[in-house]
Ligand binder design. Structure first.
Ligand SMILES: N[C@](CCCC[B-](O)(O)O)(CCN1CCCCC1)C(=O)O
Ligand SMILES: [Mn+2]
Ligand SMILES: [Mn+2]
Ligand SMILES: [Mn+2]
Length: 305
């Protein structure tokens, strides 16, 4: 596996300070060395530098639009470069608004992608449905063709072009979906595996059906967007929006082991690790370790040895 790592120390898609420290914490836990240790060729492209944007007043309900728009424009270029260099892209967040740039840059390289969104949340609120205005709850709404007519003009967002079709998205881990999001998911017929489905089917069947859905027509490169809050807070408490009843560590690893085995993983986001949301060092360590182990499984680490 050839892996290119981008750090995106960005927090303005939500309100809690600390998530910008995710990239350096994950690196400090040995991600690069461990990937090399399992035979990967790794290039660390370093951290992006996000300029400060003063007077970033809300537009409608949407908070920090200019900062989020600019950060993602920068990220999109960086992801495109990593892909053009022939690597599988690893984007370390930072909050989940960064998926706007990560998926946009990936789609600029190859416009036919399957999106696997592992998250407690749907992150598909539009600027008009968002209950909080926080863009980390909205990224997919800017990227889906079928929602384009529902997105108002926002400053520093004009560079974004919808690049994914609703049919190309699969969710795993949903357990905190806003009513408006639920309507959008049903209206667009998006494939979802909530935690109820994980309980009913078991993770092996979920992955079997996820792959069946993704490969039903043509096999496309996979963009895995992994929000660490998909895992149960007992495993990953150091995150901004923890929700009880999440994926076990083993279920998370099964998802990334299985995704690796498809041979189609083309980019992965690992987002929402926030050390300031951990009450103890152990809570931070558990969260960061889970993030690292999930990424190692994306690139060939298997539990059988
Ligand atoms: N759906 C929420 C949470 C988004 C989480 C973003 B992620 O997945 O990147 O962490 C709002 C959640 N909702 C707010 C009102 C009370 C119930 C929960 C939103 O703010 O849009
Ligand atoms: Mn989430
Ligand atoms: Mn998310
Ligand atoms: Mn969050």
């Amino acid at each position: 596996h050839c892996v290119g790592i981008i750090g995106a120390p960005f927090s303005k898609g939500q309100r809690r300070d600390g998530v910008q420290r995710g990239p350096d914490l994950i690196r400090a836990a040995g991600l690069v060395q461990k990937l090399k240790g399992q035979g990967c060729i790794v290039k660390d492209y370093g951290n992006l530098t996000f300029e400060d944007i003063p007077d970033d007043e809300p537009v409608g309900r949407v908070k920090m639009p200019r900062a989020v728009g600019r950060a993602n424009e920068l990220l999109a270029g960086a992801v495109h470069k990593v892909k053009s260099d022939g690597n599988t892209c690893v984007m370390l967040g930072g909050d989940h608004s960064l998926a706007i740039g990560s998926i946009s840059g990936h789609a600029a390289w190859r416009n036919e992608l399957s999106i696997l969104w592992v998250d407690a949340h749907a992150d598909i609120n539009t600027p008009l449905t968002t209950p909080t205005g926080n863009i980390h709850g909205q990224p997919l709404s800017y990227l889906i063709h079928e929602l384009h007519s529902k997105i108002p003009i926002l400053p520093h967002f004009s560079w974004i072009q919808p690049c994914i079709a609703a049919k190309d998205i699969v969710y795993i881990g949903l357990r905190d979906v806003d009513p408006e999001e639920h309507y959008i998911l049903q209206y667009l017929g998006i494939k979802t595996f909530s935690m109820t489905d994980v309980d009913r089917l078991g993770i092996a069947k979920v992955m079997e059906q996820t792959c069946e859905h993704m490969f039903s027509k043509v096999k496309k490169p996979i963009h895995l967007s992994f929000d660490i809050d998909a895992l149960d807070p007992s495993v990953s408490p150091a995150t901004g929006t923890p929700i009880a009843g999440g994926l076990t560590y083993r279920e998370g690893i099964y998802i990334t082991e299985h995704t690796c085995q498809t041979g189609l993983l083309s980019a992965v986001d690992m987002v929402e690790v926030n050390p300031k949301q951990g009450r103890t060092e152990d809570e931070i360590k558990s969260t960061v370790t889970a993030a690292v182990d999930l990424l190692l499984a994306c690139f060939g680490r298997v539990r059988e040895g």
